[in-house]
Design a protein around this ligand. Structure first.
Ligand code: PBG
Ligand code: ZN
Length: 332
């Protein structure tokens, strides 16, 4: 029998649920969560997305009721993605500038209903272009998207979103200068900009493309989204977006990019006065957990809590996640 005796016993802090709870210093709370919503034209539509259990495309009436209900359960923040019929899509995504599109309509209805929440809107044209890219096409297929021609569209869309009631606009297209162009266009409006500052070209966006009906018709997004094989490009993107006037920055995806979240949190000025860092736990990250749980390979609730807690622990102040409504139940 060993006569060795430890001098310290960290296990003492792990024995018994109450002791573990007392020592836990990272918590996911409803106020930290942002719920994504896919809004589309129509009435009474609540159409499940098959690759994302629990997520559906909703018409604006259903979306407004959902937001009202989730606010009463403790969620406060929502981000909208718009879906329009393919007949309304064109080369420049002009449906983004139609005030009757489902995003603008939902924003107005939430505001008119006086629901106490923070409304964010994804700001990009890929939901509205017939080719599915995040900007107007460039003649050179390697360049894919014409950066500066796209800035003008994003600026117009930002103003419209703000005027229809978005508290926060969230440019997601990874165009150079998008934050600066939007800030300039917003002028004296107090609309905030949540920049998807650090967004990688990822295979984990797969299920979103079914949900949002915005997959590129040819090629991919690697000429504008970041290359995950680079370890320090995030610093350039962060610095530029802060310089251009971002109020908040986002890292995307989240669970496979915890190192990036931590470095961004440490590099950006700290809240409350500084810059909140958000992380987007994306569709593929969500669906993988569901798929494994369906096969009995992991427990859905435990896995979702563990991974979202890890995202918080890495330094994210808020998490955009399709688990948001279920996490509210699981947290307490
Ligand atoms: C489009 C956009 C995408 C996501 C959010 N905005 C798809 C993409 O860039 O290809 C992905 C979100 C998710 O996977 O949950 N700009
Ligand atoms: Zn896009």
């Amino acid at each position: 029998m060993s006569t060795y005796r430890p001098t310290q016993r960290p296990r003492d802090q792990r024995i018994g649920q109450a002791t573990r709870d007392e020592h836990a210093d990272v918590l996911v709370e409803p106020a930290d969560l942002v719920m994504p919503l896919f809004v589309r034209d129509g009435q009474g539509i609540d159409k499940p997305v098959s690759s994302m259990p629990g997520v559906s495309q909703m018409s604006t009436d259903v979306a407004v009721n959902t937001i009202r209900e989730q606010v009463s359960r403790g969620l406060r923040r929502f981000i909208l993605f718009g879906i329009v019929d393919s007949a309304k899509k064109d080369a420049t995504g002009s449906a983004a500038l139609d005030v009757s599109n489902p995003v603008h309509t939902t924003l107005r209805q939430v505001r008119d209903a006086g629901i106490d929440c923070e409304m964010m809107a994804d700001l990009c044209v890929c939901e509205y272009t017939d080719h599915g890219h995040c900007g107007v096409l460039h003649d050179d297929p390697e360049v894919t998207v014409d950066n500066d021609a796209t800035l003008e569209l994003l600026a117009q869309q930002a103003v419209l979103l703000a005027d229809n009631g978005a508290d926060i606009v969230a440019p997601s297209g990874m165009m150079d200068g998008q934050v600066g162009a939007i800030r300039q266009a917003l002028g004296s409006r107090d609309t905030k900009i949540l920049s998807y500052a650090i967004k990688y070209a990822s295979s984990l966006y797969g299920p979103f493309r079914e949900a949002g009906e915005g997959a590129p018709k040819f090629g991919d997004r690697r000429s504008y989204q970041m290359d995950y094989r680079r370890s320090d490009e995030w610093a350039t993107e962060l610095a530029l977006d802060l310089e251009e006037g971002a109020d908040m920055v986002m890292v995307k995806p989240a669970a496979a990019y915890l190192d990036i979240i931590r470095q961004v949190r440490d590099a950006a000025p700290p809240p409350p006065e500084g810059i909140p860092v958000a992380a987007y736990h994306v569709s593929g990250e969500y669906s993988m957990i569901h798929a494994a749980a369906e096969r009995g390979w992991c427990d859905l609730q435990s896995a979702a809590l563990e991974i979202t807690t890890a995202i918080r622990r890495a330094g994210a102040d808020s998490i955009v996640t399709y688990f948001a409504p279920r996490l509210v139940d699981w947290i307490d």
